[in-house]
Design a protein around this ligand. Structure first.
Ligand code: CP
Length: 302
């Protein structure tokens, strides 16, 4: 298998590479369950370079680094010299001069992790770039689907919400299709990409017809921060037509599961009864995030 020097996206990731990462994540499970730490990253420093807010991803990379025996340096744009006009590349080059061993980056601009990967001498991991990719989120989603349903091949995944502005949707579409799932996207016409079929997915503007055939329903947040102007009449209107209510969830197969990458807007993307109900694997996704990020860090640092 070709070594992964960086981890920038799921587009172009082969099935063999993706399955190897999922299997490595599974192999790390006993370490976490038994509350142990390894020494794979002993003496290594991982920089979390976050230009956008994060709860799950940043903390999960921190926990993953510690589980592997490494240490973290955390950068937050607020309070940094970015406010004095320092560019992304200058910031990253100065941080590289502190001699860390890997940079995990989240940035509002699509493509910024690739630019850093070309500019730096150390591995770069994409923790979310604009509306482009969020590859470790897709890996943890795939890992969770495999954990709960036994396999991904042949499963039907419905992604509902703001597909057009979602890096989570893009990374999941690439990865889940590579792993043999069929994917449908659903949402208001203004929040679907112009030609969804180019991505190899089906699309629908109403959720109800898709629910009985779904093995997985992944609800996404409306990304108001990435919209130039409000592209739906109101959040209440969105919730009424596309929200996963208890009534709509009842149309799903008995064993079908519900995912959400977080943060959830309760009562918008899904009802609280669904978010906290028996189909929901949302907190398992967060737990699994540590395992897949351990696998990614171990891989790029190997
Ligand atoms: N899912 C996700 O990326 O969450 P955070 O923004 O909290 O990292």
């Amino acid at each position: 298998m070709t070594p992964l020097r960086h981890f920038l996206g799921t587009q172009g990731l082969s099935r063999e590479e993706a399955e190897a990462l999922l299997n490595q994540a599974e192999a790390f499970r006993p370490t976490v369950v038994e509350n142990k730490n390894l020494s794979i990253l002993s003496g290594k420093t991982i920089v979390n370079l976050f230009f956008e807010n994060s709860t799950r991803t940043r903390m999960s990379f921190e926990v993953a680094t510690r589980r592997l025996g490494g240490s973290n340096l955390n950068f937050a744009a607020s309070g940094s010299s970015v406010s004095k006009g320092e560019t992304l590349i200058d910031t990253a080059r100065n941080i590289q001069a502190l001699k860390p061993h890997c940079i995990v980056v989240r940035h509002a601009s699509a493509g910024s992790p690739s630019i850093l990967a070309r500019s730096l001498d150390i591995p770069v991991v994409n923790a979310g770039d604009g509306f482009h990719e969020h590859p470790t989120q897709a890996l943890l989603d795939a890992f969770t689907i495999r954990e709960k349903l036994g396999k991904i091949e042949g499963k039907r995944v419905v992604i509902v919400g703001d597909i057009a502005h979602s890096r989570v949707a893009r990374s999941n579409i690439h990865l889940l299709r590579t792993l043999g799932a069929s994917v449908a996207v659903c949402g208001p016409p203004t929040l679907l990409p112009p030609n969804p079929e180019i991505l190899g997915v089906d699309h629908a503007y109403r959720l109800e017809p898709l629910l009985p055939e779904a093995d997985v329903v992944m609800c996404l947040r409306i990304q108001l921060e990435r919209q130039n102007r409000m592209q739906i009449p109101s959040l209440a209107e969105y919730s009424r037509i596309w929200g996963l209510s208890s009534e709509r969830a009842a149309l799903m197969k008995k064993e079908a599961i519900v995912l959400h990458p977080g943060p959830i807007n309760r009562g918008v993307e899904m009802d609280p009864e669904v978010a906290d109900g028996p189909r929901s694997v949302i907190l398992d996704q967060v737990t699994n995030g540590v395992l897949v990020r351990m696998a990614v860090l171990a891989k790029v640092m190997s």
